[in-house]
Design a binder for this molecule. Structure first.
Ligand code: UD1
Length: 429
């Protein structure tokens, strides 16, 4: 099967659009529901491939799961297995959140190394540090994370070397299972960490300080199922804000949390974009000339690495020089080659992209090399002259719910096409 996204560029996005539930919160909260002794209902889940993948894993493990209209009910009481299959686990990085929850539930877990976007070396040493500090036995041979509870599985002080999102969530999930007090120092502060902590609290866990760099947990309490709604997607919100600004549009984004967007909003204002916020709405308007800017990705509340790519795509057609420095991942500029094929003038020197804005990008056939690179391709296609055909759509569908529909709602021509292998004609575009 071949999937493409066709976009005709040059349309100013106008109108209203609602943000979906947060992917990065969903992929942590769904596994966390396995720690309960009764069913949970999780609402506002995005209709994306990562959520379906987790549903399939949970069913495979023996849980009773339904997922319809953004609501998942999870009854974990039938779980009999602790070894999710490689074929499902390899599809997403976040599948390693199953390690602590299966450890907590079953006393041991056996989870193949996670997959996810290829954006450079993605070690899991800080997750392993969290698990072992809390007294779990961990073995990594054969590409499988085998974890086992020991006699000294108990709360402790954990110092993360780097505020890793995944390690913070994994350590938090382990610590609610281990008896006694745990303090996680140098924790990540991203909104989805706070959301996961709130979900755990709603299940009866004692978790304080999420959203700061010190999280305290009193573990070992029995956890019950909970009804919970995940937060709106910070990165989808940002992508829509960038798309609105890049097309010199006027878009009201509903269902968002403006405080999660402060670093992006500050940069858009610096460029000359109008951003107005009220409650759960953000209006983004741009007209006329925008100014070039410099960006350095940072952990939250700094500028998110996941918005680096769509932002660079916008800067590609903003006159002047912009410098974009990536500090979180080592290989997150691969998509720049595709932008160059559209006429962008971008040089990459080590971890910095030097973007010389050109007057106009040209639509062509381009490929999304990972999820957020896909967001860059969409922004570039929206501002380019003529039609673009984006391949690698499976990456985009991992993280953006019905993005083609949302863009059409804002006046763009965007069509998601699916072809059988023998139907696709390379010359047709
Ligand atoms: C999460 C997000 C992802 C986002 C990233 C940074 C989810 C499901 N994914 O990914 O969209 O881009 O945060 O905001 O929430 N590192 C180590 N050792 C570790 C863990 C991480 O060296 O044990 C390094 C990584 O190689 C990387 C950096 O830390 O360079 C960031 O990783 P981390 O914060 O863990 O990101 P993820 O949880 O993988």
């Amino acid at each position: 099967m071949i999937e493409t996204l066709l976009i005709d560029g040059g349309v100013r996005l106008k109108g209203e659009v609602t943000v979906s539930g947060g992917k990065n919160a969903a992929v942590a909260i769904i596994p966390a529901a396995l720690l309960a002794d009764s069913p949970s209902t999780i609402e506002n889940l995005p209709d994306i491939d990562d959520v379906y993948c987790l549903r399939d894993i949970l069913i495979w493990l023996g849980a009773d799961v339904t997922f319809e209209h953004g609501v998942m009910s999870i009854d974990p009481r039938g779980i009999t297995r602790n070894d999710p299959p490689y074929e499902l686990v390899r599809k997403m990085r976040a599948s390693y959140y199953l390690v602590p929850v299966l450890l907590g539930r079953m006393g041991s877990s056996c989870v193949p190394m996670p997959g996810g976007c290829d954006i450079g070396n993605r070690p899991i040493d800080q997750t392993i540090k969290g698990l072992t500090s809390l007294g779990a036995d961990v073995d990594l041979s054969g590409g499988v994370i085998r974890a086992q509870v020991t006699d000294h599985f108990e709360g402790t002080e954990v110092f993360l070397d780097f505020p890793s999102v995944g390690a913070t969530i994994n350590t938090m999930l382990t610590a609610v299972c281990a008896k006694g007090a745990t303090t996680i120092h140098n924790a990540a502060k991203e909104p989805h960490i706070v959301d996961t902590a709130n979900f755990l609290s709603s299940m009866g866990a004692w978790v304080k300080g999420a959203g700061t760099d010190v999280i305290r947990i009193r573990g070992g309490r029995p956890l019950h199922g909970s009804n919970y709604a995940v937060i709106p997607d910070q990165i989808e919100t940002g992508t829509l804000m960038i798309a609105a600004a890049a097309t010199r549009g006027d878009v009201m984004i509903r269902g968002a949390i403006p405080t999660h967007m402060e670093s992006l909003t500050a940069k858009l204002l610096e460029m000359g974009v109008h951003v107005n916020e009220a409650d759960d709405r953000i209006r983004v308007r741009a007209d006329g000339k925008l100014r070039p800017i410099n960006i350095k990705t940072q952990v939250y509340p700094g500028f998110p690495t996941d918005l680096q790519q769509p932002m660079t795509a916008m800067l590609a057609s903003v006159p002047g020089s912009s410098y974009v420095t990536e500090t979180i991942f080592e290989n997150r500029f691969r998509y720049v080659d595709e932008l160059r094929r559209m006429g962008a003038n971008i040089r990459v020197l080590e971890r910095t992209a030097i973007v010389e804005g050109v007057p106009q990008l040209r639509g062509t056939r381009i490929t999304a090399t990972d999820l957020r690179a896909g967001a860059a391709m969409i922004v570039a296609a929206l501002i380019a002259e003529g039609r673009s055909e984006i391949k690698g759509v499976k990456y985009i569908m991992r993280g953006y719910e019905r993005i083609d529909e949302k863009l059409r709602l804002l006046g763009a021509m965007a069509i998601h096409k699916t072809y059988a292998d023998n139907e696709y004609n390379d010359d047709e575009f």
